[in-house]
Structures are given as C-alpha cells and as structure tokens.
Write a protein that binds this ligand. Structure first.
Ligand SMILES: [Zn+2]
Length: 548
C-alpha cells in the first residue's frame, strides 16, 4: 500500500525556513520555500536557506511548489530552489506578484500559476486554496487532496473577524472539509504560547488614529515592507488628517507598487509625495512610511535617528511609531534606535508603550477553533521552535485529538500516512541549514568551520578601544594586535598605520554615532577591512568596544 510521506525540511524547531514536502509514489510537491535571517552569531552570513538536497534527489519526481503567502520565511528561498530546477510555482495573485519581483531581481524565471477557481491538479495531488487572514494580504491555507486522504495546511494565519479588506478567513470551508474527513492537519504554532485571541488588525488603526489626532509634527511610521494593510491604515489616516504620504526605503516602494497594481492597496491621487518634496511641506502635513523596523544597520530609520539621512531630519515634537514586532535578537539594536530617536526630541511609540502593533498569528483559542472545525485524524504542529510544537500538541490533546495522533516532527523526519488512517515513521532524510555568504551557497558549512578556515588562511586582527558613553570620545585605544596576517615583527609600522586608519574613520562619523558601540564596531571593522585590502589581505577582524 503506497503511503503519503510528509517531510518537513525546515520550519519545525525554528522560526523561518518553512518548507514541507508531500510525496506520494512517483510525485512530490513542496508547500512554501522560505529563508531565515542570520542572527548575530552567524558572522558574515547574508541569509540562511533550508538544505534542499532531498528535493534535489527527487529529480523529475518533484513537480511544483505551492505557496501560502509572500513572507520571506515562506518564499525567500525560491530563487535558490528554482535556480536548480524551475518547477511551476502556485500562489495567489499578490503572493506571485511579490515572487515575480524577487525572481526578476535575480534574473530568474519559472512558471508562476495563480490558483484558479477550480482546484489545481498536480500529479496525484489536488490543491485548493482556502482564504486566511495574516499580516500580509492574499494569504491562504491549503487543502491538498491525496490518494490516501485530505491534508489541510493552515499556512501562517490568525482569525481576523474584521479584516481590513473584508476578505474573511474561510471558516465555512474548513468546517466542510472537516465534515468530509481530514487525514492530517498541519497548523501554525508561532503564537501558541499566547492565551485568548489575537486582536484584529483594525485595533491598530484605532490606536494610530489617536496618535494622529494629537500630533502637530511630522509622523514617521515604520513597519515591515510587506505589511500592506498596516500601510493602508496609515495612508487612510493621512488622508483623513490632511497629510501627504512619502515612502522612505526601496523595498517599501516596491511592495507598495506591486500591491497597488493588484488592487490590494488604495492610494488616492495626490496623496503620495516623494521624500525630497515632503521636506518642504509644513510638518503637520506629512507622514513618512519608513523602512528599518528592526533597526537594520544602514536602514532609513536608523539613519534618520542618527541625523544622517539625506532627505529626512527629525525635529523636536515629531512623532515616530514603530508599528512592528521586535524579532528576537534585534532587541539591543532597537532599544538603541529608540534612544537615538528620543535624543532627536521625537515622541516615540513602540510595542511596550502602546498598542501600535498586533500579531498576524493565531493565539490559543483560534488554534483550537481551527482544530475543531477540521477535526483531523492526525495532527502535526508546524512553524515554531521546539517548545511551540510541544505546546501546540498539548493544545490539540486538550480539544480531544488522541495523543498518538499528535506527531512531534522535526526537520528531516518522515511521517508516513496510509489510506486506512495508519501512521508510522519512515527513515529520516537529510535536512538542515545552508548558509549563503555573498555568491557562495552552502560553501560555508557552519559558523565554526567558516571561522576556522578564515582564521587559518587570513589571520586575525584584534582592535580594542574604549569610548565615553555620553560624548562618544575615544578614551583608550585603539590598540591593535594581529596574528598570522603579515609578519608584524618585520613590519611594525603596519599596525601603527592601521591604527591611524581607524582613528581617521572614527573622526569622520558623526559624534552621536560614536556613542553607539555597535556603530563604532562596524566602523572599526570597515576601516580595517579597507586598510588590509590594500595589501590584498582579508584577516578576521574582531573589534572590541568598551563603554566607559
Ligand atoms: Zn507569515
């Protein structure tokens, strides 16, 4: 008896890298294909993609990628997968719009097919999209009919009863599928630790309206560039309070244009103005939507906060709204950003001080509702760290799904389901993370190997300095020590000149940036990289910046 093989290759045991393979006989498809952004321990890594070796091994049997929505952690690895084999990609129009933009940037193409009104047949699989609400429009869950039974994958979702675009999550369809019988439910675990219900996106609008009403200066709002409904609320408020809107940041503009073309973002004529022109408008007639919600280095908002942006300056009384969640790992950068915004005299609204953001993921009551509608024979929690998956299984048992039907899978695990409803584990397949560094994909096996190689080939330069916390003055150093770079004993003046280059670089940045150890570190690293490049050397550079 042929079994359906359910194989997560990413996203189970981590946030991001979502990709799940369904395999039956001689055919296989993948649901989503996402990336993860490197954390600060992954030195020099640009992006992390899932190990797709198993998919590669399927060869011709691998037939399509079906998408749930256009977040990076669901579509970001598509260019890597499609560069190897350009299989058809299915998605909703907005999802495909964002994918098309992404592929165009990379000079890639693949057949992009919109889910029609009829379910799409891909080998033995019949895929039907189910409307869901999430922090990006046009999101869907999927009902995938297979020869052994129906699989329902929620995608990322929350149940927003008052979605901004009026497109409700299709609970009726989920219930119908449940009544017909569902073999397996795969559900989003991201917010499983949150009790109750995630508030509607509209709640943010009410909070923003209050802020708009009270503001007499410029208003800056930062959010994820794909959060079209958040953008829409800001634009609507701008119109209501007679302000013009400018986008500051390239990806914001690109996403807004795609969404507008496809009818997901309404911008009245005359509402938009470019950032340069916005500078000349009265302060109480401007809203700037800026990139940089995670305080990414060199992003628009970070530059603005440092008073180093070409087109935008902040004056006392201007209002800055951080309308996004803080991704774990970015806390320090964001609190530093908020400090700098306050130094500019801005009024800052962010997660901890007001309700200017709501999550796009379902809390416990919504997760339970979906389980009760779908009433699956088997349950697999997806999209979450290990603890999220464990808690999601406990929740499933609470609503009466038997413990033996709740499967805790990790990346590379294989769950085999048969037509009689039986489940067993297959032999594990390779799964893991591949680091992308510049043009190298997977040539970096992991951080340790990379550092070892780098150190062994290029040596190490250590730079130690101390800065005064308030003034940014250099109070000690920079002291440089190197090992294995270029015969320091024979060339004592090389390090002395490197020290000069560091001092010069630090003198050139604005004093306020010098109070931020992360900025100083980055400047020191850049200056030394430049300096040693003259000798065609690329040592590992380790700056240590102490605050006094
Ligand atoms: Zn998402």
């Amino acid at each position: 008896m042929t079994a359906l093989r359910v194989i997560p290759l990413g996203g189970l045991g981590e946030i991001g890298l979502n990709v799940l393979v369904l395999e039956y006989g001689e055919a296989a498809i993948a649901v989503d294909c996402g990336v993860m952004f490197p954390d600060e321990r992954m030195l020099g890594i640009d992006v992390v993609i899932p190990d797709l070796g198993y998919v590669r091994g399927l060869g011709e049997r691998f037939q399509a990628i079906v998408l749930t929505h256009a977040h990076e952690d669901h579509i970001g690895a598509l260019p890597y997968a499609l560069a190897e084999r350009a299989v058809p990609v299915y998605g909703t129009p907005l999802t495909l719009g964002f994918v098309r933009e992404r592929l165009r940037e990379r000079g890639l193409s693949a057949p992009l097919l919109s889910y029609g009104t009829e379910p799409c047949r891909i080998g033995p699989f019949v895929v039907e999209p189910i409307a869901m609400t999430h922090s990006i429009p046009d999101s869907v869950g999927l009902a995938i009919r297979t020869p052994v039974g129906t699989v329902v994958h929620t995608g990322d979702f929350k149940i927003d009863q008052t979605p901004l675009d009026g497109r409700l999550p299709d609970l009726v369809r989920l219930g119908e599928l449940g009544a017909e019988g569902v073999l397996l439910l795969l559900s989003d675990s991201t917010n499983v630790e949150h009790a109750g219900v995630t508030p509607s996106e509209r709640c943010v609008g009410a909070e923003l309206a209050t802020i708009f009403r009270q503001s007499t200066g410029r208003i800056l709002v930062t959010t994820f560039s794909s959060h079209i409904h958040r953008m829409q609320q800001v634009i609507d408020l701008a119109v209501r309070f007679r302000r013009r809107v400018a986008f500051v940041g390239r990806s914001l503009g690109v996403h807004a244009a795609v969404a507008r073309d496809l009818g997901h973002l309404a911008i009245p004529d005359g509402a938009l103005v470019d950032p340069g022109a916005a500078r000349d408008l009265p302060r109480d007639q401007v809203v700037l939507i800026t990139a940089g919600s995670q305080a990414e280095a060199a992003s628009a908002l970070v530059r603005i906060a440092m008073d180093a942006h070409k087109q935008v300056t902040l004056d006392p009384g201007d209002v800055v709204i951080l309308s996004s969640r803080i991704i774990p790992g970015n806390e320090r950068a964001i609190s530093s950003l908020v400090n700098h915004l306050y130094r500019r005299g801005a009024v800052v609204h962010y997660g901890r001080t007001s309700a200017v953001h709501v999550s796009g993921h379902a809390s416990q009551e919504e997760l339970k509702l979906v389980m009760n509608l779908v009433r699956p024979r088997h349950f697999v929690p997806v999209h979450g760290e290990y603890r999220h998956l464990v808690r999601h299984n406990l929740l499933a048992m609470e609503v009466g799904i038997p413990a033996e039907a709740c499967h805790l899978l990790e990346n590379g695990d294989v769950l085999e389901l048969d037509a009689a409803g039986g489940a067993r584990r297959g032999e594990r397949v390779p799964a893991g993370r591949v680091f992308v560094d510049g043009k190298g994909i997977g040539d970096v096996e992991d951080e340790v190997l990379r550092d070892r190689r780098h150190l062994s080939e290029d040596g190490l330069v250590l730079a130690v300095l101390a800065i005064a916390q308030q003034s940014g003055e250099i109070v000690a150093g920079p002291d440089l020590v190197s090992r294995g770079v270029m015969g320091e004993e024979a060339n004592p003046d090389i390090l002395e000149r490197a020290r000069g280059a560091v001092l010069e670089a630090l003198a050139a940045i604005n004093p306020e940036s010098r109070t931020d150890p992360a900025e100083v570190k980055e400047e020191v690293r850049k200056a030394l990289r430049r300096y040693f490049k003259r000798f065609d050397r690329r040592p590992v550079i380790l700056p240590f910046v102490m605050e006094m």
